[in-house]
Design a protein around this ligand. Sequence first.
Ligand SMILES: [Zn+2]
Ligand SMILES: [Zn+2]
Length: 460
Amino acid sequence: MTEFYESFAKTGRAAELIQKGRFPCGCGRVHGANVKEVIIGKHALDALPGVLGRLGAARAYIVSDRNTERAAGGRVAGILDAAGFRLDRFVFDRAFVEPDEPAVGAAVLNMCGGPSSGTQPPEGKTAVVAVGSGVINDICKILAHMTGAPFVTVATAPSMDGYCSSTSSVLRGGLKVSVASRCPDAVLGDTEILCAAPENSILAGLGDMIAKYVALFEWKLGHIVTGEYYCELTANLMREALDKVVSNAPKLKNREPEAVEAVMEGLVISGIAMDYAGISRPASGIEHYFSHIWDMRGVSFGTPVALHGIQCGIGTVLALEGYEKLFAQKPDFERAKRAHDSFDIDAHAKKIAERLGPGGALIASEIKNRRLYDPAYTAERLRKIEENYREIKDEAEKTLPSRDETVRLLKGAGAPVRPSEIGLPDNEIPVDFTMTRDIRDKYILSSLVYDLGAQIEFGV
Ligand SMILES: [Zn+2]
Ligand SMILES: [Zn+2]
């Protein structure tokens, strides 16, 4: 049995990448993955005792919530108990856990208060075992970062690409922020558990993957316009995982293991690609900023919020529509200069603060320091765009799928494609669009539209 799982652990694209170790790349950087083991497939859960053993752990602190406990927590505990591990367990006694101060605090306190607290027992370390996806993983990543404990995630849904990232998305003081955390040492995705995940969470994983089309194009766009770092190998790695998800997507509706596995693996590889690049460029672009805006409005004003990946899928459709409409126009570089001269940054900042609440006020207060609005730098970017317009357009045509085929793919799987399908007014897209460029300092579609002084008529 052990031999079977040992060989099992070495198969799959993510496992191959891990085995590659650290290597110098043509982009000038040395790449390596932070995750040490990725096991995705049938009966992957049975490999858990071996994984913990290899990490030097003799005890496990298992964290779950009510749903993930039912999906996998009991089985995880049973397998580890049978293998002779000492267990401490913490189950959030509610179905919906927010990644806020009380939740993170409760997970920390229960780890400290358990029988395995204090100095590490001589027979081995205590590992943190997260049983869940988004929130549980985010909380445990912080826990692992604070304690330095070995850390394994047992995925219960292929729902988002944060499994292997080194930051956690949390609510601090009522604001959604990213805090430093730690990537798991190992990620286990048992197909049986993943295929039984709620439909919405599988569709969210699909949306977070489809988003990579836009992310990868915008990374290249940023490279051309601002000269930022770009790695072709990393982009290709992401594209390969994305292609696998897309070619298997029709099988998602019936939850065929192959398709669910492709999504899970793509999400893990997305984390590895971010490790390689040292930035989130391979995995997120403007579609993620639409999602951030909807999240911020949800926190501030109680407007509807859907799963991260569901929102990213809708944002991807909007981005593709935007690119198609922009590239159908003839660029007018003189008009662009006039638009920059008459741009009212104070009015724009005021609009952001009003629409996005406290998080928006923070963005608005710093907006004048943003390089995007520096007149000299804007002129320099515009010159770059003019020089390279053909290349930018060709790259878009070569790498972006059409809006219509993406809508068909998402709809075919059962995913929403318009904001109104998740309770957000479609007629607010234009105003949200103008704010996407201000969420982070990343060059995206809305930055390009600003630079060109262009207008996009969404939904027309
Ligand atoms: Zn590289
Ligand atoms: Zn994402």
